[in-house]
Design a protein around this ligand. Sequence first.
Ligand SMILES: NC(=O)c1ccc[n+]([C@@H]2O[C@H](COP(=O)([O-])OP(=O)(O)OC[C@H]3O[C@@H](n4cnc5c(N)ncnc54)[C@H](OP(=O)(O)O)[C@@H]3O)[C@@H](O)[C@H]2O)c1
Length: 327
Amino acid sequence: MKFGTIGTSWITSSFIDASRKSNDFILKAVYSRSETRAKEFAEKQQAEHIYTNLEEMAKSDEIDCVYIASPNSFHFNHALLFLKHKKHVICEKPIFSNTEEFREAYRVADENEVFLFEAIRNIHSPNFKVLKNAIERIGPITSTILHRNRYSSKFDEFLAGGRPNVFSADFSGGALTDMGIYPLYLSVGLFGKPKKVSYSANLLESGIDGSGTLILSYDGFTSTIMCSKISTSYIPCEIQGQNGTVVFNDAGALVEMKLVDNSTNKVLPIETYATEDNMAFEIHNIKRIILTKNEQEYKELKELSLLTLSITEEARRQNGIIYGCER
Ligand SMILES: NC(=O)c1ccc[n+]([C@@H]2O[C@H](COP(=O)([O-])OP(=O)(O)OC[C@H]3O[C@@H](n4cnc5c(N)ncnc54)[C@H](OP(=O)(O)O)[C@@H]3O)[C@@H](O)[C@H]2O)c1
């Protein structure tokens, strides 16, 4: 499958590297707003074609698929353009700013008989299945502490008076949709739709959340999700059950997993897959779903994406976080 890219930051480079590793997608074209950057990026990544006009890239026969890693607020318009030209779309997380955009984009994807995916590594990782199996062994779930708290170097820019996209409401930024989305995906992927959502956000003066705690209420337990772009956590994630606790590091990579048995206090290590393959697993899954037209898996991923987005939308509503595209 031949693909083009939007965005020239490190995450696009990581996606291209992973596509080479997985041997599933072939890079053909890159887009940048700047011709110089497009040329440099194409040379570095060995892409044959460069574009500075998105419409032209969307129309071209050189690609079957596009990977979108533009700032969040652009995802919807970028995705729509390519879907209308019958290109499959892999869009970085958070897929869209709100559920209205989500429903419209999936409608257009269906109308044009192409696939649309949110790029989120953790649920495509085989480590997610490892985690799913591990929690089967700890009895009824009683509590979770899941988090992704990492100080962003872009916060330095923010503190110095700048407005990096991820700290801006105009670009649909914020900690929950940028960082919290990983543990949130885990929670809804493992436990489904919560009965209640409650988000307590630490708002920055740009109107978005620099950090926050999301509590999802399920029958018999609560799932606590912490996220931050203005501080770093050094504690592991935990899923606690009546019979034991599953402990792991990194809600994105799901590594260094172990199970602590409550009755014996024994620590049982759990084998996980290498972190650096995470994106390659994701790409491989996406290609398989497209080529086999696996409607069932596609529907499941779509529903998970929608559920996650509807929770972040509710969380934003509770805290008065309004994006530029919604004003
Ligand atoms: N999956 C992951 O692990 C992961 C990690 C990081 C980011 N992401 C996601 O990837 C996406 C991009 O994140 P990022 O941190 O790379 O964002 P970014 O640096 O703010 O922007 C990404 C690209 O978009 C273009 N761009 C920047 N500002 C723009 C503007 N004002 N108007 C139009 N285009 C603009 C730039 O490309 P040109 O200047 O060359 O056009 C830039 O390379 C986000 O959705 C983010 O959530 C995912």
